[in-house]
Design a protein around this ligand. Structure first.
Ligand SMILES: C[S@@+](CC[C@H](N)C(=O)[O-])C[C@H]1O[C@@H](n2cnc3c(N)ncnc32)[C@H](O)[C@@H]1O
Length: 253
């Protein structure tokens, strides 16, 4: 499959990240904190982790520190170099990062870990490859028992955009190199035999940062995300509409 556009996007991002010494894999600084804290709370000290699309391991250090062993995989060599440096600077000796394609890695290797993590990796694959990734996992001789995916979801984005429209705000568009997952995809996963054992969403954070976003509080200023982050952690209010277009699903095989 032709991933040249996507690869040049991530190559450029990784080079900029290396120069600026600042994580550039997400434009929203606080959302990855919520995601990673939620992922971390679902990891155990005995876990052996495989993370596909780990990037520079910007979010992965806490996982590595908590778990027994960690293998990260990323297709961009500059990200892999940054990840390796981070691991060695932190004197962590239970982690390795491999520079290869994530889907090929799954196809060519037995999975010796019990946990698989993806944090905004699957949305980088084309539709057919997304399902193939999960089909291959089921075929493999593997020790996997838990799959933690933190990805972008289409119906939630549509719902968020419906509310944004009422609030007079522009539609949030998915980047052209991303393919958000949807209900049809989830149904296919269930047909393959995966079970969804937990769903973690960040509706409060999304409501505050993406809707409570009037002219005096523009999302790009630094005012809103830290407040939204605290409110989300407190679970300050319940919110029935599902607008958390980034969410975590924990799957079992
Ligand atoms: C949105 S970034 C997320 C990085 C990291 N998981 C994080 O949360 O910061 C997506 C990552 O997936 C990697 N990626 C994209 N396509 C890939 C592929 N086919 N195989 C392995 N890694 C890939 C990119 O290089 C990038 O590091």
């Amino acid at each position: 499959m032709d991933y040249s556009k996507l690869k040049s996007h991530w190559e450029e991002t990784a080079k900029k990240q290396s120069e600026l010494k600042k994580s550039l894999t997400h434009s929203d600084q606080y959302l990855p904190f919520l995601e990673s804290e939620a992922i971390l709370s679902n990891l155990k000290e005995t876990d052996e982790i495989l993370e596909i699309g780990c990037g520079a391991c910007d979010n992965s250090l806490p996982y590595i520190k908590k778990c027994k062993s960690y293998i990260g995989v990323d297709v961009i060599d500059t990200f892999v170099d940054l990840a390796k440096k981070k691991i060695s600077d932190n004197k962590l000796n239970n982690a390795t990062v491999i520079n290869t394609d994530g889907l090929e890695y799954i196809q060519e290797n037995d999975i010796l870990q019990n946990v698989l993590i993806t944090q905004r990796f699957i949305i980088n694959l084309k539709k057919e490859a997304q399902l193939l990734f999960f089909k291959e996992l089921r075929k493999k001789k593997s020790k996997l028992t838990r799959i933690i995916i933190c990805e972008g979801f289409n119906e939630e984005l549509l719902e968020l955009n419906r509310l944004r429209k009422i609030a007079g705000l522009d539609e949030i568009k998915v980047a052209e190199y991303n393919n958000f997952l949807d209900k049809h995809f989830i149904d296919e996963l269930l047909k393959l035999g995966y079970k969804i054992v937990k769903e973690i969403n960040f509706n409060i954070y999304f409501f505050i940062t993406r809707i409570f976003n009037n002219k005096s509080f523009v999302f790009s200023t630094e005012d809103i995300p830290p407040v939204a982050y605290e409110f989300e952690k407190m679970k300050l209010f319940t919110f029935d509409n599902n607008i958390s277009y980034s969410k975590i699903l924990i799957l079992e095989l």
